[in-house]
Design a protein. Sequence first.
Length: 94
Amino acid sequence: MKFIPSIGPAKAGVILIYQGSTFRKPFTWSLVDNKTNTRTPVDLTGCLIRMQLRKERCGDVLVDFKDEGFISITDPQQGQWEIHVSRYFRKLHI
């Protein structure tokens, strides 16, 4: 398994999930060359993605998305992955 360091905290706002529905959000992890303004995807082959939601940067973990089924790598060579949250949560206010 490869280790790719965390890119740091992100602010998501409010994630509203209607009962019975599934929230899906695709991401592409890429590196930006500031000189040419081009993006190169990070190869996620063999990687495990973990994500945690917290109300504050060093606050308690509200949700840990390390469990299989919440995050899936959809195209490892292109750095594409997706988070999906369904019936387990009604509303997360971050």
